[in-house]
Design a protein around this ligand. Structure first.
Ligand code: SF4
Ligand code: SF4
Length: 234
């Protein structure tokens, strides 16, 4: 090294982090990411610490750390970062480096079920449609919604929407709110009866092939139902 060459903090182990596409060395340590992050402080987490650890070559410690897994991927840090550092993508890339059998249990099981059945609950199509009809029935009991009907697998709808698994499990009340908005607005909408889950478990576990497969299923539903627009609340 000559004296006029910049000193890089990037001490990454090229075997583990080869093709690493992020510019963590541009970090100003301004802490805007830390102050915007909804989980800063939980278990000592701070997105700036992740950036520092990457820069300092602490890759093994990061891959084994719980921190990248408690990040919600909300993207607030990236939004405020003056250097445009893609922190959520970095978190996902770190997750992808963990051995698959060491992915945290709930995510590991969720992805497995989603790949096998189209949703992380492993809910059969008949049960899913039954729940939707049941929710629709409850909505019809309310004044002003007597004509409401669940719209499943409708061809040519203006909106096809995915569903978060909790909306057909523990939070069916939340499903009612936006279905009632559709009804009040006179919206032409539908829900696919299969592969309806919006949560991309492949994305959250850092598994790119699985992420692609799950996204592809939603695209296939769009084509199958000839839907004009996709509402993907996730
Ligand atoms: S906001 Fe960006 S530049 Fe500032 S500390 Fe965070 S990663 Fe670094
Ligand atoms: S993406 Fe992760 S690190 Fe960034 S603000 Fe959200 S929770 Fe924090």
């Amino acid at each position: 090294m000559t004296t006029n060459e910049p000193i890089s903090m990037n001490l990454l182990n090229q075997d583990l982090f080869k093709n690493w596409p992020f510019d963590q060395d541009h970090c100003l340590t301004c802490a805007l990411c830390s102050s915007s992050c909804p989980i800063s402080g939980i278990d000592g987490f701070d997105p700036r610490k992740i950036i520092r650890m990457v820069s300092m070559g602490l890759q093994s410690e990061l891959v084994e750390s719980r921190w990248p897994w408690i990040c919600t991927m909300c993207g607030k840090c990236e939004h405020v970062c003056p250097m445009g550092i893609h922190i959520p993508d970095m978190m996902r890339a770190i997750r992808s480096l963990r051995d698959r059998d060491k992915v945290p249990g709930i995510l590991h099981k969720g992805l497995d079920a989603a790949l096998k059945t189209g949703n992380n609950l492993g809910l059969p199509k008949e049960d899913f449609v039954f729940i939707l009809e049941d929710v629709a029935d409850e909505i019809r009991q309310e004044p002003g919604f007597e004509g409401f009907a669940a719209s499943v697998d409708k061809q040519g709808a203006n909106i096809m929407t995915t569903i978060h698994n909790k909306l057909v499990n523990t939070h069916t009340e939340d499903l009612k709110h936006w279905w009632k908005i559709f009804y009040a607005a006179g919206e032409d909408w539908t829900v696919p009866s299969e592969n309806w889950e919006g949560t991309n478990w492949g994305m959250f576990t850092g598994d790119d092939p699985a992420m692609k497969l799950m996204s592809g299923r939603i695209a296939e539903n769009m084509v199958r139902l000839n839907a004009k627009n996709l509402l993907w609340p996730e």
